[in-house]
Design a protein around this ligand. Structure first.
Ligand code: ADP
Length: 483
């Protein structure tokens, strides 16, 4: 990788603990490959509990002074980190595409999006306001202060190797917390590059630590430590539930961004061209590998055929290929397991009556064809589980009530979308949908200023926006008497 970068020193194959770049105590390593070619592009230390405990101890030590810095001092360091991310955006994007596969243009977009959280929370750091509350007695006063929660553990996924880190680390640091980050094993280099830039920005030793290696062991060390006061996780519902259970023993605060099963409703009165654009954005971004990707596309009877035709035409124009190649719009899937799940969903759907309109199979390697399925029904796997791939199943509905009931018939509640030109319907349906986010005539719900998060089994807490900062703060109430 280093040879392909303007600044080769942004490629690190070591962990970042207490301001030092280190290997695993055992010297063991984990190889990392490029999903577009299968080629091994580097390796990272295979750390476990011991190194994680060292990182937690460093974060604990650093917390004592980091929390005492003024908001302005913390903001200035975050601003510098932001500037370095933007200045090194091309290299960060290239590292991401090489390890994750997404088209370079999308990787660039993610760097800007990821950096925007650092800027946002640098600004929010100055606005951690307290409260005074009228007391019950005349000589009493009640003052509420906000304090950083303490050392934070963060476990992040491979689909947004940059932004899922900054969306957690930036508010943590702004609040005065220190952090130990365990990036996904498939995309550690994006995380380590962020560590290099944090170091260059002058963020003190131990404030940010990055540990790569054995997920379960590192996870266990983070969740069992009484020093870690908050665990923030983005990933699968299965692992999230397990981590939440592990955090019970020390009653940690948990922030969870888990799986979704996003419905995308298109009513007869929708602007169909706008709806097609919305589905294309929501469905095929990152090859369908996001937790807010439209998973179930529900189309009303009157426009079903017309919509299917327009969507098929748009989908046929997608260009599948190596993310580094000019013009690619859909890159490879992350690994073989992802391909197996996608194919299982497509096979299950077609054997139960769905028809393939476009795509439907593997092209080569980890490249799956963008796929449109007609006549999907609610009993199919594709209706119940997140496919996490470039497959758009079209379901049919006739009434608004039916569409809402179908949408809510899932234990998940992250993103949802609806297209209609009728404003009453837009509000009625949006308010009836049991999801944390609703895109109304909008195919994207991810932006720095808005709270991002789910209800039901999709998670706990919110990231981004001013709410994202509260997740890293504790309230302390001062009761004064005899005034
Ligand atoms: P995905 O299916 O998107 O890969 P995972 O939940 O498996 O989602 O991965 C998200 C993050 O959780 C990754 O950093 C991964 O290494 C980590 N992870 C996986 N299993 C565990 C575990 N048992 N304990 C802690 N972290 C884990």
């Amino acid at each position: 990788i280093a040879k392909q970068l303007k600044d080769p020193s942004l490629f690190a194959e070591l962990c970042y603990i207490d301001g030092k770049w280190v290997g695993a105590n055992s010297a063991a390593i984990i190889p990392v490959d490029n999903p577009a070619t299968g080629e091994i592009i580097g390796s990272v230390p295979k750390c476990g509990a011991e190194e994680t405990e060292a990182a937690i101890a460093a974060a604990d030590m650093a917390f004592k002074s980091w929390r005492r810095k003024t908001a302005g001092e913390r903001a200035a360091l975050l601003e510098r980190w932001f500037d370095l991310m933007i200045a090194n955006g091309d290299d960060l994007a290239r590292i991401m595409t090489l390890e994750q596969g997404k088209p370079l243009a999308e990787a660039r977009g993610e760097i800007v999006y990821g950096a925007s959280f650092v800027k946002w929370f640098a600004e929010e750091a100055r606005r951690i306001y307290g409260e005074t509350i009228p007391a019950a007695s005349a000589d009493g006063r009640i003052i509420v202060q906000k304090h950083p929660i303490g050392v934070v553990g963060a476990i992040t996924p491979w689909n947004f190797p940059n932004a899922m880190i900054t969306r957690k680390a930036a508010p943590a640091l702004a609040a005065g917390c220190t952090i130990v980050i365990k990036p996904a094993e498939f995309t550690p280099f994006s995380a380590l590059a962020l560590g290099i830039l944090a170091e260059r920005a002058g963020i003190p030793n131990g404030v940010i630590n990055i540990v790569t290696g054995q997920a379960a062991e590192i996870g266990r060390a983070l969740t069992s430590s009484p020093v870690v006061r908050k665990l923030t996780f983005t990933g699968s519902t299965r692992v999230g539930k397990m981590l939440m259970e592990q955090c019970a023993a020390t009653v940690k605060r948990v922030g969870l961004e888990l799986g979704g099963n996003a419905p995308f409703l298109i009513f007869d009165d929708a602007d169909l061209d706008a709806a097609v654009t919305g589905v294309m954005t929501s469905k095929f971004r990152n090859g369908g590998q996001t937790c807010v990707c439209a998973n179930r596309i529900l189309v009303q009877d009157g426009v079903y055929d017309a919509f299917a035709e327009k969507l098929a035409a748009a989908t046929s124009k997608l260009i599948v290929g190596d993310g580094l190649s000019e013009g690619t719009t859909v890159g490879p899937m992350i690994n073989q397991a992802a391909i197996a799940k996608i194919q299982e969903h497509v096979d299950d759907a077609t054997s139960n009556g769905a028809a393939v309109v476009v795509g439907g199979g593997l092209r080569s390697g980890l490249f799956y064809e963008p796929t449109i399925l007609r006549d999907a029904t609610v009993d199919m796997k594709i209706a119940k589980e997140e496919t996490f791939g470039p497959v758009a199943p079209l379901f049919r509905f006739s009434t608004e009530e039916q569409a809402v009931a179908m949408s809510n018939d899932t234990p998940f509640g992250l993103a949802s979308y609806l297209y209609t030109q009728n404003i009453s319907r837009a509000f009625r349906v949006a308010e009836a949908l049991e999801f944390g986010m609703v895109g109304i005539n909008a195919g994207s719900v991810s932006t720095t200023a808005a709270p991002f998060g789910g209800i039901k089994e999709s998670g706990l807490g919110r990231e981004g926006s001013h709410h994202g900062l509260e997740e890293f703060l504790e309230l302390k109430t001062l009761h004064l008497g005899g005034i």
